[in-house]
Design a protein around this ligand. Structure first.
Ligand code: S3P
Length: 442
């Protein structure tokens, strides 16, 4: 799916200014396609993210029996819960961990077999965290060493409902178990000791699932009563806060900038970066915060600010887990040290993000230290830039270091900008429209 790796270089840029809308939220886009495919009848989705990751999920849902037609408004005719068909060929998820893991939950709930494949990055990522609870529910798995893709799953005739306490703070694991539970007779419960993004719960309610959420001393208990048919739904996807993060940090670190990102999803399980930037002193305001389709959205305006280093509470990590690479870039331009504990999960993202960020900081002369699950960045200790960053098939590493180059003393090069297409088509154009000087290698 991915094009040949092509380098790009970001140069120091004049003040960035403008109002932009970044593409639709990736987590919500995957789920909208999945739940609509499990409903009986026609759903519509406005503002779907049309990036490679989400397209892979769309193709998988088609292979499982849904009809999906594109356009400004995407229409999905669901195959119906319990009625998915066995795919004829392996399901190729490319770079998409969310697509692959949640679809494993869906397949588990059906008496069909499916093979999951992906790119070199996805083939390194741990799938055991999802496969283990699915095995408890009765699913048969044949997987590579260490539970990696390529792997094949076969759902049993009747799935056993389970009660499962998440051993890692992962919305993907929570969602995969709930997806399977949708077609298990009886109640499937996931207990999350640490809250993670709750788009699955919100959207399941909208699609008419029988779902209950209760707080308990062990954490949040989410229970679905299986075999309740899903009804179609019309969804509008808000702008992705994890994509907005790049423009927001760019505006903060490029002197004189003033940028507004419109319609950003402000679900509290996703706003950790905004909170953190405010604590660092960012001139950041939320304008016109409003409710839309069961989610809070708003316009986020930032003006360039000289940030100060802080310690980011470890318990905030789940609400900003994808934003640490770009936070590390912001920290490189802050006064003092920014300490980021609780980052163990960064080791198993599209790349080992702790290692990739650390290598990128080193290549660009930014003083920092890191450990197994933490990073401390020392801002403004010397000139920044001049390095070439290895992206390891990781879109967020590519975008984060291009943002660094816009405020650096010397240009910053990333070895591959094509990976950005997995989550943020149009990144280059939007950033250029704000005044960013990013040049793609001929
Ligand atoms: C996601 C959950 C997070 C996040 C990923 C999207 C989701 O992963 O990093 O980009 O949509 O559920 P984990 O569940 O592994 O924390």
């Amino acid at each position: 799916m991915q094009a040949t790796p092509t380098a790009a270089t970001a140069h120091a840029s004049g003040p960035l200014s403008g109002r932009i809308r970044v593409p639709g939220d990736k987590s919500i886009s995957h789920r909208a396609l999945m739940f609509a495919s499990l409903a009986i009848g026609r759903s519509t989705v406005r503002g779907l993210l049309t990036a490679e990751d989400v397209m892979a999920t769309g193709n998988a849902m088609r292979a499982l029996g849904a009809s999906i037609a594109g356009g400004e408004v995407v229409t999905i005719d669901g195959a119906g819960l319990g009625l998915l068909k066995e795919p004829d060929a392996p399901l190729d998820f490319g770079n998409a961990g969310t697509g692959a893991r949640l679809t494993m939950g869906i397949v588990a709930g059906h008496p069909v077999a499916a093979t999951f494949v992906g790119d070199a990055s996805l083939s390194k990522r741990p799938m055991g965290r999802v496969l283990n609870p699915l095995r408890e529910m009765g699913v048969t798995v044949v997987a590579r060493e260490g539970d990696r893709v390529p792997l094949s799953l076969r759902g049993p005739k009747t799935l056993a409902p389970i009660e499962y306490t998440l051993p890692v703070a992962s919305a993907q694991v929570k969602s995969a178990v709930l997806m399977a539970g949708l077609n298990a007779p009886g109640e499937t419960t996931v207990i999350e000791p640490v809250a993670t993004r709750d788009h699955t719960e919100r959207m399941l309610k909208a699609f008419g699932a029988d779902i209950r959420i209760a707080e308990s001393p062990e954490g949040r208990r989410i229970t679905v009563t299986g075999q309740t048919p899903l009804k179609p739904c019309d969804i509008t996807v808000p702008a992705d806060p994890s994509s907005a993060a790049f423009a927001l940090v760019a505006a903060l670190i490029v002197p004189g900038s003033d940028v507004t990102v419109r319609d950003v999803l402000l679900n509290p399980s996703r706003t950790g970066l905004i909170e953190t930037l405010k604590e660092m002193g960012a001139d950041l305001e939320i304008i016109d915060s409003r409710e839309d389709g069961g989610e809070t959205i708003g316009d986020v305006r930032v003006r360039a600010t000289r940030l100060k280093g802080i310690t980011v509470p470890a318990e905030r990590a789940p609400s900003m887990i994808d934003e640490y690479p770009v936070l590390a870039v912001a920290a490189a331009f802050a006064d003092g040290a920014t300490h980021m504990p609780g980052l163990g999960e960064l080791r198993v993202k599209e790349s080992d993000r702790l290692a990739a960020v650390s290598a990128g900081l080193t290549a660009n002369g930014v003083a920092h230290e890191s450990g197994p699950d933490w990073l401390s960045v020392h801002g403004r200790t010397g000139p920044v830039g001049g390095g070439k960053v290895v992206t390891h098939l990781d879109h967020r590493i590519a975008m984060s270091f291009l943002i660094m180059g816009l405020a650096a003393d010397k240009p910053v090069t990333v070895d591959d900008h094509n990976v950005i297409a997995t989550s943020f088509p149009g990144f280059m154009g939007l950033m250029e429209g704000l005044g960013a000087d990013i040049r793609v290698e001929a």
